[in-house]
Design a protein around this ligand. Structure first.
Ligand SMILES: NC(=O)c1ccc[n+]([C@@H]2O[C@H](COP(=O)([O-])OP(=O)(O)OC[C@H]3O[C@@H](n4cnc5c(N)ncnc54)[C@H](OP(=O)(O)O)[C@@H]3O)[C@@H](O)[C@H]2O)c1
Length: 254
């Protein structure tokens, strides 16, 4: 029996990188996967690939900076599949237009609001809205935090990002505590530097510098992160784990 047979998994932000890798693993493990994100072409390509390998998946276009859309995505899952077993909130943004904009002295209220909305606020309210469905299935939530939540951010241009991800860690603990009596678990992965497009927004020099500073001298792959997500999402491997933030970072934040 596959680990996620008959389970419905909604992934917020699965059009590329870690989310797309998680979609592939969940589908391999038998889940019905709902892939979301703004980029329709990428999302559909992820779904086509999963289906070509015998997986069960569909794409739902979602801009998770808009809370109403997040709620509609949950309604879609409920109306279409009648259940929700795993909400994986993976979307995250570091800066909006450019690296420069992310430095403390350049930061704006608009940037703060955008990053906090995508990384934190809508993860919180989506978790709240998903809870009745998750209580029925004794399901769970996984959120993508970041190593930048526990130490200085990867780059000084990601100040607001680091603050948002630190708050995600506490969100995980506090929601986990609230819903534990209902049999619902809430956890996070906190990736160190991982080979995805979000990292390649930084200059090659910064990427090389950070990679050289990692004790294991390598970046994680999106699949490394996805394996940790499935570990946390499965009751077989993590049935007694809740409120935890799992660093997957090659020792970067030791
Ligand atoms: N790569 C790293 O080194 C690293 C380290 C620590 C933490 N992380 C975290 O890992 C998560 C995934 O990032 P990644 O590294 O895999 O980079 P990525 O390939 O750029 O993926 C980011 C994902 O977030 C989605 N997203 C962003 N804004 C969105 C919005 N408004 N609405 C819906 N989806 C949105 C993107 O989808 P669309 O663009 O299609 O909307 C995409 O699927 C993020 O939370 C990031 O903070 C990454």
């Amino acid at each position: 029996m596959k680990r996620f047979e008959d389970k419905v998994v909604l992934i917020v932000g699965a059009t590329s990188g870690i989310g797309a890798a998680a979609a592939a693993l969940f589908a391999e493990e038998g889940a019905q996967v709902v892939v979301t994100g703004r980029r329709e072409d990428k999302g559909q390509a992820v779904v086509d690939e999963l289906i070509s390998k015998g997986g069960k998946a569909d794409y739902y276009k979602l801009d998770c900076s808009i809370l109403e859309e997040c709620y509609k995505a949950l309604d879609y899952v409920n109306d279409t599949y009648g259940r929700l077993d795993v909400l994986y909130y993976n979307s995250g943004v570091a800066t909006v237009k450019s690296q420069d904009e992310g430095y403390f002295e350049n930061s704006s209220v608009e940037l703060w609001d955008y990053i906090m909305t995508v990384n934190l606020k809508n993860a919180y309210f989506m978790s709240l809205k998903a809870m009745p469905a998750l209580k029925k299935t004794h399901g769970n939530i996984v959120i993508t935090s970041s190593g930048a939540s526990v130490d200085a951010p990867v780059s000084l241009s990601t100040v607001i990002y680091g603050i948002s991800k630190a708050a995600v860690n506490h969100l995980v603990r506090l929601i986990a505590l609230n819903v534990a009596p209902d049999g619902v678990r809430v956890n996070a992965i906190a990736p160190g530097i991982t080979a995805t497009s979000i990292i390649f927004q930084s200059s090659q020099e910064v990427v090389d510098q950070v990679t050289a500073s990692v004790p294991m001298k390598k970046m994680a792959t999106p699949e490394d992160q996805a394996q940790a997500v499935l570990f946390l999402a499965s009751d077989v491997t993590a049935g007694s784990i809740t409120g935890q933030v799992l660093l997957v970072d090659n020792g970067q934040f030791l």
